[in-house]
Write a protein that binds this ligand. Structure first.
Ligand code: DQA
Length: 147
């Protein structure tokens, strides 16, 4: 089994970026923990981050055939990008949308996701734990298919 962890714009700034909202952990810290979970379960995990919409689109296209699922924090593109939505629609592997913060208790422009309707599911507001829960879901339900 193979899972892609994909992070969009400004998530390379985690740890420094508004820590009261996004926490003090860096993206590397989060990925390290995900890698250790994956390793224990014999799953391989790749992590990619880009600030560029088109790059994210290319990686989504390329993921099909290589990965069993994508854990995706699209950052602010969540709320704007029909192109990313169409990219997710164009592939057959499941995508789980993850947000560190609870977007529903923030500005109204963060309440809508362009991507959620074409994702397998969405996890919001649980901090970095959300990525772990998404990984567990892929391992247990998509890769191992145990219920
Ligand atoms: C975010 C929420 C988005 O609204 C914001 O633009 C981000 C991070 C989150 O993880 O909480 O960049 O996706």
């Amino acid at each position: 089994g193979k899972v892609l962890v994909l992070n969009g714009p400004n998530l390379n700034r985690l740890g420094k970026r508004e820590p009261e909202i996004y926490g003090k952990e860096t993206l590397a810290d989060i990925v390290k923990r995900l890698e250790s979970i994956a390793k224990d379960d014999n799953i391989s995990l790749d992590s990619k981050q880009s600030n560029h919409e088109g790059v994210l689109i290319d990686w989504i296209h390329d993921a099909e055939g290589t990965y069993d699922g994508i854990i995706f924090n699209p950052g602010a593109y969540t709320h704007t990008s029909i192109a990313l939505r169409d990219a997710i629609s164009s592939i057959s592997i499941p995508v789980i949308e993850v947000h560190l913060s609870n977007v529903h208790k923030r500005e109204t422009f963060r309440h809508q996701s362009m991507l959620a309707p074409v994702c397998a599911g969405q996890i919001v507001g649980l901090g970095s734990k959300g990525y772990e829960l998404a990984l567990q879901y892929f391992i247990n339900h998509i890769i191992r298919k145990s219920g």
